[in-house]
Ligand binder design. Structure first.
Ligand code: F6R
Length: 366
């Protein structure tokens, strides 16, 4: 049932092009330049009236939410607050009737996320979930649902659930942008066309697997790892660090690249591998200078770059390449090396990749 793969996690990593294609399927109206979300549970008028969006989730799903905030604020210009579910529910959040609370959960059973949903509903707000498991508790109790259609995820470390969550959030942002008059049909069509290239680009991104395995062998004995990114790559840095922690038991931290000089830079020495997410975008030069700060202090840099970028070859210790795509969708591609790096390091260390110690696939305790 692992389809020839050594672990469910690896199988699920490789299923991403298909999973993402399934999340996209049926929701794009390319000709009309619109997005169709069947069970969203909100009328266009209600979507127009929203004055605030909360995003609530735990763990990897929370990281997807951090990227979702970028999508929604950029494409639909609605202010988004994002919370970890176990924080949201205890802080007496200011939820009004024109607010929408978006719950993100692969399993749909996470206790804190479910409690966050009930909190928002109890205060009279509207609720919508991005969920993978059909008819799960969170899906049933939310006013609307966007299913991710990733198929069952068995490996405890979430992979295809994450990338499909990003697609679903992107679709939600496009829908909001259209309904609220921020995106013209032409602009939306352009985004839809980019989305349609994703499965193929993910296939291409997966071709780096062998190379990432070699890099993993080289760095598997490190005691700590640092992951750096800016903007929509910062959540991917957090996600890379979480993946490594949970399956290889190596301590890792994700940090906004620009924040490094405010503390974590003190950690850098020859023993510390630093994964820097530096695809071509508006903050490229800034991230390169952060990377140079790391090198100047003897740190080992593993750079994740896009396209044929050759500027960094002489500056870093290892380079991982992902294909080019528009900046909004780049987090999906840079997620691939994050997953593969964690996976191969864990395999080299001989840990139980699919069932890491102390962790459960679905966290139903608070
Ligand atoms: C990490 C991981 C967890 C889950 C978290 C939320 O790989 O899988 O951090 O993301 O427990 O689970 P869901 O999405 O089911 O609510």
């Amino acid at each position: 049932e692992k389809g020839g793969y050594k672990h469910f996690m690896l199988k699920e990593i490789y299923e991403q092009p298909r999973a993402v294609a399934d999340t996209i399927a049926g929701r794009l109206q390319a000709e009309e330049g619109d997005i169709y979300l069947e069970d969203i549970g909100l009328s266009d008028e209600q979507l127009q009236q929203l004055d605030k969006i909360f995003i609530i989730a735990c763990g990897t799903s929370w990281h997807a939410g951090l990227v979702g905030k970028f999508y929604i604020e950029k494409l639909a210009r609605v202010p988004v607050e994002i919370d970890i579910a176990s924080e949201f529910r205890y802080r007496d959040p200011i939820v009004g009737e024109n607010s929408l609370t978006v719950l993100i959960s692969q399993s749909g059973e996470t206790a804190d996320t479910l409690a966050g949903l009930r909190e928002a509903k109890g205060k009279g707000g509207k609720t919508l979930c991005v969920c993978n498991v059909v008819d799960s508790s969170i899906a049933r109790e939310s006013d609307g649902v966007i299913y991710t259609h990733a198929g069952p995820e068995i490996g405890v470390a979430s992979t295809k659930a994450f990338t499909t969550q990003l697609v679903a959030l992107y679709q939600l942002a496009l829908k909001l942008g259209r309904v609220r008059g921020l995106l013209t049909a032409d602009q939306c069509r352009e985004q839809v066309e980019a989305l349609l290239t994703l499965p193929r680009k993910l296939e291409e991104a997966l071709e780096i697997d062998g190379h990432v395995e070699e890099i993993s062998r080289e760095f598997m004995n490190a005691r700590d790892f640092l992951y750096l990114g800016r903007g929509n790559q910062y959540p991917i840095a957090l996600e890379g660090a979480l993946k490594l922690k949970e399956i290889s038991y190596i301590h890792a931290e994700g940090y906004p690249a620009g924040e490094m000089k405010h503390g974590p830079i003190a950690l850098i020495d020859e023993q510390l591998p630093v994964v820097v997410l530096v695809p071509r975008n508006d903050t490229y030069e800034k991230v390169v200078s952060n990377l140079e700060e790391v090198k100047a202090r003897g740190g080992k840099v593993i750079a994740v770059v896009s396209g044929d970028d050759s500027e960094l070859i002489d500056k870093v210790d290892a380079i991982i390449r992902v294909p080019e795509i528009n900046d909004d969708l780049m987090p999906l591609l840079t997620s691939i090396p994050m997953q593969l790096l964690a996976y191969h390091v864990a395999v080299f260390k001989g840990t139980d990749v699919d069932q890491p110690r102390n962790l459960a696939k679905s966290v139903t305790v608070e």
